[in-house]
Write a protein that binds this ligand. Structure first.
Ligand code: NAP
Length: 336
């Protein structure tokens, strides 16, 4: 396989930095790496395969001769620059929200809908991180029993707000340890250390935030389930990395707990950690810096009228890896 010229748009951020590591770990055939970021970072360097590679300013011309672009920047920049990259012959896998719901852009979790990669027109979108972490374990259950409805609460790490979120929580933990207090902070609306913030994104229809609507809208597209119904509450928690989710899932057909466990144990990308008597269940500390979605606390939904077509589970996954960088590199592997 001939080596590719691979650009990372946003190479100095949380997701971009992780992409560098994922490309190395997965031995992606990179002939030349083109790390791109803002003018502020131009001239600095990132480390790739033991060497320093100079960061360049992201401009349309920077995509000349590039084969694959991994997008790890914000929506506005993605909308502006990725079509320029496509015009110059590159194929882009983008992590921003910019193109996710566009009709001519596949939205892909390889464990679920890798086949959708085939109809791309230059851009393939990586789904929202909480959506990826939730859907990877739900997919095998859906194939068996058909998902009708989801009720989800997410517990999302500070690094979901990028490098500024990570740095801010580190700073706040230091201030709190000294007995100090803070007013509103940036990028969070309130102090996050020793707190929870029940808002991620702006408020949209019916009192839901933009982040909360993503699970339904993106889930429908990824799973090809236009009628899927999801009620979601997204909460920012003082955890460095790895998102956690409490999910109640209602099915079209009965699904026995033992069978659900069996399906999850055989599912790609999933690790079942479910031994309550041994105090073994998924937690963000353990699921950080690896690629599997950990699933546990699998149990009957006591509120279900028939008791057999609904269950509850808890899952944790590293949203910088499987929720972003790893998923994007997996998609790029399908492109090759
Ligand atoms: P981040 O840590 O804030 O990094 C942003 C990157 O974009 C940096 O490399 C930054 O470069 C670059 N950038 C900012 N303004 C720019 C400009 N005007 N021109 C060129 N480059 C510019 O953010 P992130 O968390 O990695 O997120 C990147 C994307 O992935 C976002 O769309 C986000 O929604 C999505 N995403 C993030 C996560 C997560 O867990 N963090 C998960 C899934 C998806 P400088 O360093 O030069 O400023």
């Amino acid at each position: 396989m001939p080596d590719k010229r691979v650009a990372i748009l946003g190479a100095t951020g949380v997701v971009g930095t992780q992409m560098l590591q994922c490309l190395e770990e997965r031995d992606f055939p990179v002939g030349e790496l083109v790390p791109l970021a803002s003018a502020r970072s131009a001239g600095s360097s990132v480390r790739f395969r033991g060497e320093e590679v100079v960061v360049r300013e992201a401009t349309p011309e920077a995509f000349e001769g590039v084969d694959v672009v991994l997008g790890a920047a914000g929506d506005e920049l993605a909308r502006k620059l990725l079509p320029e990259a496509v015009r110059r012959g590159a194929t882009c896998v983008d992590n921003s929200h910019a193109f996710r719901l566009d009709e001519d852009v596949p939205l892909v979790i390889p464990e679920i809908n890798a086949d959708d990669v085939s109809w791309h027109h230059g851009i393939i979108a990586n789904p929202n991180c909480a959506t990826i972490i939730g859907l990877v374990p739900l997919w095998p259950l859906h194939q068996e029993a058909g998902i009708r409805r989801l009720v989800v609460s997410t517990y999302q790490a500070a690094s979901g707000a990028g490098m500024p979120g990570l740095r801010e929580l580190e700073r706040e933990m230091g201030v709190v340890a000294q007995g100090g207090e803070m007013g509103p902070t940036d990028p969070f609306a309130y102090q996050l250390a020793a707190n929870l913030i029940p808002q991620i994104g702006g408020f949209k229809e019916e009192g839901y935030t933009s982040e909360e609507l993503k699970m339904q809208n993106e889930g429908r597209k990824i799973m090809h389930l236009p009628e899927l119904r999801v009620s979601c509450t997204c909460v920012r928690v003082p955890v460095m990395r790895s998102h956690s989710e409490s999910i109640t899932v209602e099915f079209e057909r009965p699904l026995a707990l033992d069978r659900a466990r069996e399906l999850l144990e055989a599912a790609p990308g999933v690790l079942v950690v479910d031994e309550p008597s041994e105090l073994r269940y998924p937690m963000p500390l353990q699921s950080s810096d690896q690629d599997l979605v950990w699933v546990g606390r699998i149990r009957r939904d006591l509120s279900a009228p028939d008791g057999v077509s609904s269950l509850c589970l808890w899952c944790c996954g590293d949203q910088i890896r499987k929720g972003a960088a790893t998923n994007a590199v997996q998609i790029a592997e399908f492109l090759l």
